[in-house]
Design a protein around this ligand. Structure first.
Ligand code: 5GP
Ligand code: MG
Length: 180
């Protein structure tokens, strides 16, 4: 079994690239039908989703489609108790658009729920969510996911854009942590 060591942890091969690619191809096929004539705006949530977004977007054969990139910035607001995550980097007009959020992984669902709330305030025509990976057992928020690549167990993973403390994003396959 192929293994990699990142910082203090060992990871073993979990999802080979071919399987990731096949799930993205299926997703793109479905989107090409669903989004035809909708002039969709894809929004890639950085950093983790960059590889998934690239793989997906080159398979979208709708010429009238756009992609943009956002990040979530955490800040301690003056009037907030905890950390509020604000969407930054969005320059496109969202009002009246069909928006498709591209996420690497949905775990508790808190991040995607927060992103959806912020986008809805900008009055899009519709927002759908595509996630490459979903941990169904970790979900605590009720989120509606329109496209799910692969469901995985509740283990920590790296690779294909996902990191462990900055490292591991360049791995073409997905690895899961070995509990030692
Ligand atoms: P949620 O808000 O759904 O709990 O978490 C979503 C975010 O947590 C993801 O976008 C991702 O950045 C991070 N995350 C969740 N699970 C994993 C994992 O197994 N590995 C890595 N590298 N990041 C994860
Ligand atoms: Mg993410």
């Amino acid at each position: 079994m192929k293994k990699v060591k990142i910082h203090d942890k060992t990871f073993q091969l979990f999802i080979p690239y071919e399987k990731i690619r096949a799930s993205i191809e299926l997703m793109a096929e479905k989107m090409n039908k669903d989004l035809a004539d909708k002039n969709p705006l894809f929004i890639c949530v950085l950093n983790g989703s960059f590889m998934f977004a690239a793989e997906l977007f080159k398979r979208i054969d709708l010429i009238n489609s756009e992609i943009s990139f956002v990040k979530l910035a955490s800040y301690a607001g003056e009037h907030t108790t905890g950390n509020v995550k604000q969407l930054i980097g969005l320059n496109e007009k969202i009002e009246g658009r069909t928006v498709v959020v591209l996420e690497d992984i949905v775990d508790s669902g808190i991040t995607i729920d927060n992103i959806q709330d912020q986008l809805k305030k900008l009055k899009p025509k519709e927002v759908s969510v595509a996630t490459l990976l979903l941990k169904p057992d970790a979900l605590i928020k009720e989120v509606e996911l329109d496209y799910v690549g692969l469901e995985i167990p509740n283990d920590f993973i790296v690779g294909y854009g996902l990191d462990y403390d900055g490292y591991g994003r360049n791995l073409i396959d997905i690895y899961s942590v070995v509990n030692e």
